[in-house]
Design a protein around this ligand. Structure first.
Ligand SMILES: NC(=O)c1ccc[n+]([C@@H]2O[C@H](COP(=O)([O-])OP(=O)(O)OC[C@H]3O[C@@H](n4cnc5c(N)ncnc54)[C@H](O)[C@@H]3O)[C@@H](O)[C@H]2O)c1
Length: 441
C-alpha cells in the first residue's frame, strides 16, 4: 500500500552548521546546476534511476520522478560558522572549485552569510573563531539556535527545513549517563555539562522543533538515546554518521566483492594525505580518534571474522590520516591489501585514489537533505537506516549491527522508496521468470 506523503509544496530550507569546504562546494554546485552550467554528478536523487516491477517490464524511472522530492529551484540555503566569511568567500578559501565557476554564481553565494555559531574550543582545539554565540548556559544556546531556525523560515518564506551537519570533527567522547534520557540531557544542557558537544546542541535544537538532522561528521551528536528519543517524540527523521567518501567508499565497494568470492584478507593498510582545514583539525589526536573509530568499523562488519575465522580471523586493519598542506582538498589515499586465495596462496591489491574530498561529499549532502525532507513528509521518524548508503559509520538502533556493504545499502534504499510508493519490493530472485517460461512451453 502506498504511504501517504505530503507533497513537496513551497520552499525547502537547507541549514548547515559549518560552512567550510564541503558545504560551500555543495551550495555552489546546486547553484551552478540551477543555472545549467554543471551537472549534479554523484547525486542519486538527481541522476539515479530505480527499477519498478519485473525486469521484463523495462520500467526504470528517474528517482526524482518516482518519489515526490523537493526540486533544486525550491531550495534556500543558510547556516552557521565560527568565521564571518560569506559562502562566496568561504568557497574561495576552501580552494575546491575554480574561480570562473565561482564568479558565475557570485551573486547567489555572497548573500549567504553565516549566523553566529555555537562553538567550544575544547572540542576542536585547532580552530578559533570569533563569530560565536555567547549565552549563560548550553540550554540558552539551544534556544538561540531554535530562534535562528524560526527566523530563517520567516525571512525566506520557507515552510520546511532540514539541518545537515558539515562542521568540523569534534574530539572523541563516549556516551554517558547524561546522554541517556531527554530529561538528563536537558538538565545537563542547563548545567553546562562538558560532555555536551556543540554538535549535540544543534541536533537538540533541530529535533526539538521537528527539523530533520543528518550528521556528516563522525561525532557522537545524535547517536545517543536522549536525542533518538526526542526524534521519536517530535516525529523527526535523523541519520548519521560521517559522509562515506574517498577511501571508505572504495573499501565498501571492494570488500564485499572479496567477501562474496570467499577470498581471505590478512591485512588492510590505509593511509591518506590531505591538506584542507578538515585535515588540519584531524591533525589533533583527540579529533583523529573520532575519525579513526568511524573508519575502522567498516571491515569487521563486512567480513564478519567470527563466522569465517580462517578467512578473516587474522585481519590487521590500520588507518592513518596525515595533514599535508600542498594537497589541499585533493586527498590522496593508498591502500595495501594482503589477500589470499585457493590453498592459502597470497596476493596483493594496491589502490592509489587521487580523489577530491568535497567533490565526493557534496552530492551526499544534497541527497541526504532531500531524502530526510521526504521521510519527514512521509511521517517516518527516528533513525533512517535506509540512508546508511551515505555514511561511513551508519547509525542503527541499539544492538543492531550496521550494514556497511554499499550494494546491500543501495538495495535497502531502493526498496524503501518502492515501499513508500506502494510498489513491489525487488528481491533479485528472478526464479519466477524461468517458472513462467517452463509453464508457457
Ligand atoms: N570531505 C569529505 O569527504 C568528508 C567526508 C566525511 C566527513 N567529512 C566531515 O565533514 C565535515 C566538514 O568537512 P570540510 O572538509 O568541509 O571541513 P572544513 O574544515 O572545511 O569545514 C568545517 C567548517 O565547520 C566550521 N565549524 C566548526 N565547528 C563549528 C560549530 N560548532 N558551528 C558551526 N561551524 C563550525 C569550521 O569553522 C569550518 O568552516 C568534517 O567534520 C569532516 O570530517 C568530510
Amino acid at each position: 500500500m502506498k504511504q501517504t506523503i505530503v507533497p513537496a509544496n513551497g520552499k525547502l530550507g537547507i541549514l548547515i552548521p559549518g560552512l567550510g569546504a564541503v558545504a560551500t562546494t555543495f551550495i555552489a554546485g546546486v547553484e551552478a546546476v540551477k543555472k545549467g552550467i554543471a551537472h549534479p554528478i554523484g547525486s542519486l536523487t538527481q541522476m539515479g534511476n530505480i527499477r519498478v516491477g519485473k525486469r521484463t517490464e523495462n520500467n526504470n524511472p528517474a528517482i526524482n520522478d518516482f518519489v515526490p522530492l523537493a526540486q533544486l529551484n525550491d531550495i534556500v540555503f543558510g547556516g552557521w560558522d565560527i568565521y564571518e566569511d560569506n559562502v562566496y568567500e568561504a568557497a574561495l578559501n576552501a580552494k575546491v572549485l575554480e574561480l570562473p565557476l565561482l564568479q558565475s554564481i557570485k551573486t547567489e553565494l555572497e548573500v549567504i552569510k553565516p549566523m553566529k555559531a555555537v562553538f567550544d574550543r575544547s572540542y576542536v582545539a585547532n580552530l578559533d573563531g570569533v563569530h560565536v554565540k555567547k549565552a549563560a548556559t548550553k540550554y540558552d544556546l539551544a534556544l538561540e539556535l531554535i530562534e535562528d531556525i524560526e527566523n530563517f523560515k520567516i525571512l525566506n518564506n520557507v515552510n520546511r527545513v532540514v539541518l545537515v551537519w558539515c562542521g568540523s570533527t569534534e574530539k572523541y567522547i563516549e556516551q554517558s549517563e547524561i546522554h541517556a534520557t531527554i530529561e538528563s540531557f536537558e538538565a545537563a544542557l542547563k548545567d553546562n555539562d562538558d560532555r555536551i558537544a556543540p554538535s549535540m546542541i544543534y541536533a537538540y535544537a533541530a529535533l526539538k522543533i521537528g527539523v530533520p538532522f543528518a550528521n556528516g561528521a563522525p561525532n557522537l551528536t545524535c547517536d545517543i538515546p536522549a536525542l533518538i528519543q526526542l526524534a521519536k517524540e517530535t516525529q523527526t527523521p535523523i541519520g548519521g554518521k560521517d559522509f562515506k567518501t574517498g577511501q571508505t567508499l572504495m573499501k565498501t565497494i571492494l570488500a564485499p566483492g572479496l567477501h562474496a568470492r570467499s577470498l581471505g584478507v590478512r591485512g588492510w593498510f590505509s593511509t591518506n594525505i590531505l591538506g584542507n582545514r578538515d585535515g588540519y583539525v584531524l591533525d589533533n589526536p583527540e579529533n583523529f580518534k573520532t575519525k579513526e573509530v568511524s573508519k575502522l568499523s567498516v571491515l569487521d562488519e563486512i567480513f564478519k571474522p567470527e563466522l569465517n575465522p580462517e578467512l578473516y580471523g587474522e585481519l590487521y586493519h590500520k588507518v592513518r590520516i596525515n595533514y599535508y598542506p600542498p594537497h589541499g582538498d585533493n586527498k590522496e589515499s593508498w591502500d595495501n591489501i594482503d589477500i589470499f586465495g585457493w590453498l592459502g596462496y597470497p596476493m596483493q591489491i594496491k589502490i592509489n585514489f587521487l580523489c577530491r574530498d568535497s567533490i565526493l561529499a557534496a552530492p551526499i549532502v544534497l541527497d541526504l537533505a532531500l531524502f530526510l525532507d521526504l521521510a519527514k513528509r512521509a511521517e517516518m521518524s527516528g533513525i533512517q537506516e535506509w540512508l546508511s548508503f551515505y555514511f561511513k559509520s551508519p547509525q542503527t538502533m541499539e544492538g543492531l549491527p550496521p550494514e556497511h556493504d554499499i550494494f546491500k545499502q543501495l538495495i535497502k534504499l531502493q526498496n524503501t522508496l518502492r515501499h513508500m510508493m506502494g510498489e513491489d519490493l525487488i528481491t533479485h530472485l528472478g526464479l519466477d521468470y524461468y517458472q513462467e517460461l517452463v509453464e508457457s512451453m
